[in-house]
Design a protein around this ligand. Structure first.
Ligand code: KG4
Ligand code: ZN
Length: 334
């Protein structure tokens, strides 16, 4: 089955054609990072306008690159939330128009489920997701631990009570004068730093909850006290990264154990972080369960927002478009 996936929930306009939920035939992304970098974060109104400027061209070029005709496409999948409303509307309207005009089935996709389904992209069948699993979803907008028994039955075991992990990376990067989005820049800088240089606080919250605002403030106070010019930025980046990733890895493994679930999955932009991946394995080793657990992560280029993950979800866990409408197509009464 060939699915066209459309993602426009934040600052990436991305479209892809994916076969059977894993084989990426073609993917095209227009990143708005350069546009928003000067503001240190995404400006919703500007984001929506850029999506509108690029989406048509990306969709048609993707089909052309794949050497396919519209009649080859079996389904269109579009993210309908969560995300910036004005940005989501651009993708949804493009998808609805194509579905109506070409009479192709349209399904809606939850952005978070799409991140999880990114785990199947460009993988061989033995590495496909297998329900049930315990999942850490850590992105710019969300940080939660989920128990996924099946895609319609996902239980939130715990989540952040303030900032998401990605947001914490972005805000601390800004304090260190690093570009947006901060995660990859902090990770890069941390490679030459000492992760034990600064003893940063860990939040005391519920068993599987997270809180990163205190950690963020602690970094700010340190910078105010010592001064950015006198600080070893690499040490601070490494210590901060260690504090965030330790929390994420520790709670993920504990949640999986509590659920007696040995399939562990990570997803979302922060899942690209190598130290996070290492720490999850280290925690499993510490608890002597490394032989039993299977830890899965998306390929690096599918961790952050992309159209292919939407198409993968469109194959694995499509949802009817809108309340009571069922599949949105010309044959339905709207
Ligand atoms: O999933 P995503 O692309 O967008 C949302 O759905 O929010 O995640 C973007 C977030 C940003 O906050 C970015 O700084 C973070 O993921 N990120 C990382 C890394 N790559 C991206 N955080 C830590 N380490 C990374 N390598
Ligand atoms: Zn995302």
């Amino acid at each position: 089955m060939l699915v066209l996936g459309i993602e426009s929930s934040c600052d990436e306009t991305s479209v892809a054609i994916v076969e059977d939920g894993h084989r990426v035939i073609n993917e095209l992304t227009h990143s708005q990072v350069a546009t928003h970098q000067v503001y240190g974060g995404v400006v919703p109104e500007i984001a929506a306008r850029e999506h509108a400027l690029h989406i048509d061209h990306l969709i048609w070029t993707c089909l052309e690159n794949a050497n396919l005709k519209w009649s080859d496409i079996n389904r269109i999948a579009v993210v309908n939330g969560p995300g910036l409303v004005s940005s989501l509307l651009v993708g949804i309207n493009a998808a609805k128009t194509l579905s109506w005009a070409l009479n192709i089935e349209l399904v809606s996709i939850n952005h978070l489920k799409a991140h999880i389904c990114a785990n199947n992209l460009s993988k061989s069948p033995s590495d496909f997701l297998q329900e049930s699993f315990t999942c850490l979803l850590a992105s710019g907008g969300h940080t939660q631990i989920l128990q996924v028994n099946d895609y319609q039955n996902m239980q939130i075991l715990g989540q952040t009570i303030d900032d998401s992990a990605g947001e914490a990376f972005d805000k601390v990067a800004r304090m260190l004068n690093l570009p947006y989005p901060g995660g990859p820049h902090i990770e890069n800088l941390a490679k030459t730093g000492n992760k034990k240089a600064f003893n940063l606080p860990r939040a005391k919250v519920g068993e599987f909850e997270f809180s990163f605002s205190g950690l963020k403030t602690a970094v700010l106070r340190l910078i105010e006290k010592i001064g950015l010019a006198n600080l070893n930025k690499a040490d601070l980046a490494a210590s901060f990264q260690e504090a965030v990733c330790h929390e994420l890895a520790d709670k993920l493994i504990k949640a999986a154990l509590k659920n007696n679930c040995f399939n562990i999955v990570i997803a979302g932009g922060v899942s690209a972080n190598q130290r996070l991946r290492e720490l999850i394995s280290e925690k499993a080793n510490e608890l002597n369960i490394q032989q039993k657990v299977k830890i899965q992560a998306p390929l690096l280029n599918y961790c952050t927002d992309n159209g292919a993950m939407v198409a993968a979800a469109g194959y694995l866990c499509p949802e009817n478009f809108g309340l009571g409408f069922g599949v949105y197509s010309r044959s339905k009464k709207l």
